[in-house]
Design a protein around this ligand. Structure first.
Ligand SMILES: C[S@@+](CC[C@H](N)C(=O)[O-])C[C@H]1O[C@@H](n2cnc3c(N)ncnc32)[C@H](O)[C@@H]1O
Length: 384
């Protein structure tokens, strides 16, 4: 039988973070928050702790996210995660980006298991407060039970209610547009740490560390890559694969294979700086295989980039635009995600990215979803 307390101590030791954040993790063993039933894979059955305690412990202490609810509480052929315990290092990085200090009043959007809220409560200490909001009543009830004995207030819904102004907001679900209501929840100059993905569901959702700058505005750098589930109010269609089932008439070679693009966050930088393209990633949904394919679409023009770098499609428009962005990053030596700063005007909905390489506006409806099969979840694990 796995020694859970030891596994938790090892997890805490492995975190690359501050002493304060490590101590807060140490105070809250993950196994006290993760429910007994989890979904270890993108497909396949749920795992019940009672049936397989060691398998359950292995998932809980694998340094990764743990899916704790699928399909909004239903069961489907594919385990689409709708609640989870985020990956520990991702949580630590977001807590650090939020600059949480003792005495702060913090609001979390997305309570999930309650683990992050408990850690937040330790960080703000007895003079601070944590309010955590969860849209799913069953998930909120579970978290409330696990948070007994802490000072965290769990609110079922999408907003804390009342008129409290918070010192920081951490969202653990991704938005296409940062809601005005979130900006208005925090004081001037306060941090909002938010996973952001200005395109249909399924792609990367990098985390941005915004600071409120005005009544409806916030600005800040991207701090790391991630792959969060979406805010349930901002769900769109799931990613579709441009060109699925169609014959390729063009074949060429791209400088990198799809696996390499995914491995080093390059795809995230490319997706964000090609707002005119429809970019999807996934296993080969039409062939049932696991190799990740990057699919580009612009109107009817599409290209698939394969693991070995071969690029097949029916035209050159999408690939030309993607290659232009790739060359721009390559020539600049691939500056990190944090070279990109997001400017949000939550009233108009304008989201603008800037870096020394250029400026990219992300319109609310950048492009229509192409026809094609829905993308399968990817093998990309960046930890929501
Ligand atoms: C990645 S999980 C949360 C992880 C959590 N912080 C933890 O420590 O376990 C995201 C959660 O956000 C919730 N959620 C999605 N949209 C929401 C919204 N608009 N308001 C509040 N919660 C939301 C989901 O139900 C899900 O439980």
């Amino acid at each position: 039988m796995t020694d859970l307390d030891r596994a938790h101590a090892l997890l805490t030791d492995r975190l690359d973070t501050t002493d304060e954040i490590r101590a807060a993790f140490a105070a809250h063993p993950r196994h006290q928050y993760v429910p007994d039933v989890i979904w270890p894979g993108a497909v396949g059955a749920a795992l019940d702790r009672a049936d397989d305690p060691d398998g359950w412990a292995a998932s809980v202490y694998a340094d990764d996210y743990v899916t704790t609810q699928t399909d909004d509480g239903a069961a489907g052929p594919v385990n689409i995660p709708t609640s989870s315990s985020s990956a520990p290092q991702l949580m630590a990085d977001m807590l650090r980006a939020a600059e949480i200090e003792p005495g702060m009043r913090v609001v979390e959007i997305g309570t999930g298991t309650g683990w992050n809220a408990a850690i937040l409560a330790s960080l703000v200490g007895p003079t601070g407060s944590v309010t955590s909001v969860e849209i799913d009543p069953d998930v909120a009830a579970h978290a409330r039970g696990r948070l007994t004995g802490t000072d965290v207030e769990v609110v079922t819904g999408t907003a804390p209610g009342g008129s409290e102004v918070f010192d920081a907001l951490i969202a653990t679900c991704a938005v296409r547009r940062v809601p005005l209501a979130w900006v208005e929840l925090v004081g001037r100059d306060a941090r909002l740490v938010v996973p952001w993905a200005p395109y249909p569901e399924g792609g990367p959702t990098p985390v941005v560390a915004l600071r409120r700058t005005g009544p409806a505005t916030a600005v800040g750098p991207l701090v790391r890559d991630a792959s969060f589930m979406r805010d349930r109010r901002q769900r769109g269609a799931r990613q579709r694969f441009p060109g699925t089932g169609e014959e390729a008439t063009e074949q060429t070679v791209f400088p990198e294979g799809s696996r390499d693009l995914l491995r080093n966050d390059r795809l995230t930088r490319l997706v964000l700086t090609c707002p005119e393209l429809y970019i999807a990633v996934g296993g080969r949904p039409w062939a049932g295989g696991a190799a990740p394919v990057v699919a580009l679409g612009e109107g009817d023009d599409w290209t698939h980039i394969w693991p070995n770098g071969s690029a097949t499609g029916n035209g050159t428009r999408a690939l030309t635009a993607f290659t232009k962005a790739y060359t721009m990053w390559e020539e600049a030596g691939w500056p990190g995600l944090n070279s990109l700063t997001l400017e949000v005007d939550a009233r108009s909905g304008a989201h603008t990215l800037r870096s020394c390489l250029g400026m990219w506006k992300h319109p609310v409806q950048a492009h229509a979803s192409p026809t094609g099969r829905t993308a399968l979840p990817t093998q990309r694990r960046t930890g929501s």
